[in-house]
Design a protein. Structure first.
Length: 275
């Protein structure tokens, strides 16, 4: 990825698509310094719900991600897979679970942070309902939370964790002009539809995956294929061969909160061997 041509009068947000297991953590650790040197981001966000063994997130791995340069960790439906993280969610305000879980769910779904340059940024994590589960309405939650957030800052970042591309696109249009960017996560497949919508909100259907290259969305390809060939449930394991980091880089006007640009990145290191 070449350095961005945006000037220094913007707020730069670097977002990593879903980290998958140890390969995802290795990929982020390897490529984050290069991306920081090239683009000088004001804020680094990563979706970490699959960062521990491919399912869930442990306290140690969350702390590792923060130590390696991540400012905010977002998540989704797999955040609960490692039970130890539940109590930690209440202790760490920059570790998010989707905001549209029912009232009383541990943790928080949004965070207001101040970048090292002194700019305040609001990050909101939401989860879709199509093919995902019984959650509160993400549109209603976004409507309510965004209006309150705009009292503090015009720069609002949304991670929308969902399966249905139509639902993601609809939320982006619903929030166009009200938030800076809507970034889709969950499918582990990076889409090629990044753009700035007419009223100034950047959008991509899915930021992709940071994890093993030689895999089926992060898991060992042999097990994924066997599941489809036999219809017998398989214990999915994280693949090991190759690493790559996928995500987006967004430049935002600090006064208006409008996105000036959004671009995908994909950094790869191919390793020989089976997954």
């Amino acid at each position: 990825m070449t350095p961005s041509h945006d000037s220094q009068d913007t707020v730069c947000v670097l977002f990593f698509g879903d980290l998958v297991g140890k390969p995802g953590r290795r990929a982020m650790k390897r490529f984050l310094p290069e991306l920081v040197e090239a683009h000088h981001p004001d804020l680094v966000i990563a979706n970490g719900e699959n960062a521990s063994g491919g399912f869930g997130l442990t306290i140690d791995v969350a702390d590792e991600m923060f130590t390696n340069g991540v400012d905010i960790i977002t998540s989704g439906n797999h955040i609960w897979d490692k039970r130890e993280i539940i109590e930690y969610l209440d202790q760490k305000p920059t570790l998010l679970r989707p905001a549209n879980y029912p009232n009383g769910t541990p943790g928080g779904g949004a965070a207001l942070v101040t970048t090292h340059s002194g700019v305040r940024v609001f990050v909101l994590n939401l989860i879709g309902r199509r093919f995902m589960g019984l959650f509160d309405d993400p549109f209603a939650a976004a409507d309510r939370i965004v209006e309150e957030a705009k009292k503090d800052t015009p720069i609002i970042i949304v991670d929308f964790h969902g399966e249905d591309t139509r639902e993601k696109a609809a939320l982006a249009r619903f929030l166009d002009g009200r938030v800076s960017v809507v970034i889709g996560t969950h499918t582990h497949v990076q889409t090629a539809d990044e753009r700035v919508l007419p009223l100034g909100t950047a959008f991509i259907t899915d930021a992709g995956m940071t994890g093993p290259t030689d895999s089926v969305i992060g898991v060992k390809k042999e097990r994924a294929v066997a599941r489809f060939l036999t219809s017998i449930p398989q214990r999915f394991e994280t693949a090991k061969a190759g690493i790559e980091a996928q995500g987006v880089l967004v430049h935002i006007e600090p006064e208006s909160g409008r996105a000036r640009s959004i671009e995908r990145f994909r950094e790869r290191h191919v390793q020989k061997g089976r997954s």
